[in-house]
Design a protein around this ligand. Structure first.
Ligand SMILES: Cc1cc2nc3c(=O)[nH]c(=O)nc-3n(C[C@H](O)[C@H](O)[C@H](O)COP(=O)(O)OP(=O)(O)OC[C@H]3O[C@@H](n4cnc5c(N)ncnc54)[C@H](O)[C@@H]3O)c2cc1C
Length: 430
């Protein structure tokens, strides 16, 4: 039986492990942490379900949809559209055709009257959606030269709608509100949103990696095991212990993958330093009388203050809060400073500004800071990044940075590398 060592039990490593296991490979997943899931983790705190950073599963994901048993995740969905917080008020922007029928006329009027862009802008959003939904995915992702902002300007959107809607919306998704991600990726994500809904599993986002791991024999996964270096036919653990296998797959975050690859002294090419990753902080609060009784995303349309977006996820997925309470999730992006109390105070001050003094009594549950949240996805970074899955005869890699910084990208990358490993083995055996 051929053997593989996979470094990292995030979504990409788990997906690759499951595919290889199903193809009768002996697989060993080595994970540095004491739990699986990588960047998708969930804690249960006082009856609340807290994901490590605000994340959603998009029902429009094709590959992930095929790999996961979605019904057993018991997804709760968010309404389409967003509320834009600007000049002291909130305004709805949505596609009324995707609202429940009894709300559609009201939402259509609200959207048309929202002072966050002209009528032409709103019409343009509908055209944008129609165009991306019929575009070819490969072509879309192949066009990497332009930034999202340049593409939006080129499509004729006004500065007002870009600043008030697109900047905080895509900023929240890509964790970069300068709109400097690649235009192709922006279009791909806009399409995925348009073709489905954002959703949360009943047991939190970690139910996604947990589901994949549940089809692996328990002895496959070795937690609290850090790989210090990778060589052609073996890995060396931080304890100095070597482990050998027919093939090695590096499934860590991009900066660690680079460090491990550069630790080799053999035939593998040294890797250039990746551009800085996108980071975020997520603060959770328990709220007794929420000022908004829906899960719709609230976006910072003024661009002032530390909050980029917030929502009450427990209205989308009631298991996220105990009865009689709502869970508030607040996201800041790209902020390394301030931290601790200073960050909390800035957030509370802004919440009080948006929702009134009662926000000061909301109970802070936890703050999650995620410095390495998403790979850099600017056109320059994508153009220079080498994402070949095969690095040498026996060493491979996978991870979201090889495809796109998303659940879909991580799963796609895990499947791709496993396919390649299996194919190479078949060629050798011919
Ligand atoms: C805050 C946040 C919000 C997000 N929002 C969304 C969203 O809404 N929708 C969406 O689709 N995606 C979202 N994403 C992206 C998505 O979560 C990631 O793209 C995906 O989980 C990455 O999986 P991965 O396997 O590539 O990497 P990871 O999950 O990072 O897995 C890498 C694993 O390698 C392990 N490891 C590292 N070094 C070593 C070592 N030396 N030895 C052994 N193990 C090691 C790590 O501990 C980790 O478990 C978000 C991510 C974050 C952080």
């Amino acid at each position: 039986m051929p053997s593989a060592i996979i470094i990292g039990a995030g979504l990409s490593g788990l997906t690759a492990a499951r595919k290889l296991h199903r193809s009768n490979w002996s697989v060993r997943l080595l994970e540095t942490r004491d739990r699986i899931g990588g960047r998708i983790q969930t804690d249960a705190v006082d009856g609340f379900t807290l994901d490590h950073g605000f994340q959603v599963y998009l029902t429009g994901y094709k590959m992930a949809g095929q790999e996961l048993d979605l019904p057993s995740l018991k997804l709760g969905v968010f309404p389409a559209g967003a509320l834009i917080q600007t000049n002291g008020k909130r305004y709805r922007v949505c596609d009324p055709l995707r609202s429940p029928w009894y709300l559609a006329p009201k939402h259509a009027i609200e959207t048309m009257l929202a002072p966050v862009g002209s009528f032409a802008d709103k019409w343009n959003i509908a055209k944008f959606r129609q165009r991306v939904c019929s575009a070819d995915e490969v072509q879309m992702l192949g066009v990497q030269q332009a930034t999202a902002r340049a593409r939006l300007e080129q499509m004729g959107f006004s500065n007002r709608i870009i600043e008030k809607f697109f900047r905080p919306f895509f900023g929240g998704i890509f964790l970069d509100n300068s709109l400097s991600v690649s235009a192709g990726l922006m279009e791909f994500v806009f399409r995925t949103f348009s073709q489905g809904f954002a959703a949360l599993p009943g047991n939190g986002m970690q139910a996604i990696p947990d589901q994949i791991a549940s089809s692996l024999p328990s002895e496959t996964i070795q937690l609290n095991t850090t790989v210090a270096s990778v060589e052609e036919d073996r890995v060396v653990l931080s304890t100095g212990e070597p482990r050998t296998a027919d093939c090695i797959i590096i499934a860590t975050e991009e900066p660690t993958a680079r460090r491990l690859l550069n630790s080799n002294t053999g035939s593998m090419k040294q890797q250039a330093a990746p551009a800085p990753c996108a980071s975020t902080s997520c603060l959770y609060f328990s709220v007794e009388n929420p000022p908004i009784r829906e899960a719709t995303l609230v976006l910072n349309g003024d661009g002032e203050g530390i909050i980029n977006n917030l929502c009450f996820p427990s209205f989308a997925q009631p298991t996220y809060a105990p009865v009689g309470r709502a869970l508030l999730s607040v996201s800041t992006i790209g902020h390394i400073e301030p931290t601790g109390e200073a960050l909390l105070n800035s957030v509370i001050n802004q919440l009080a500004d948006w929702f009134g003094p009662s926000a000061r009594s909301w109970q802070h549950l936890r703050t999650y800071r995620v410095p390495v949240a998403l790979p850099n996805q600017s056109p320059e970074s994508l153009a220079t990044r080498s994402v070949h899955s095969r690095l040498s005869e026996r060493v491979y890699r996978c991870g979201d940075y090889c495809e796109s910084g998303s659940i879909e990208g991580a799963i796609q990358s895990g499947l791709k590398v496993a396919d390649l490993v299996i194919r190479q083995r078949e060629l050798v055996n011919l």
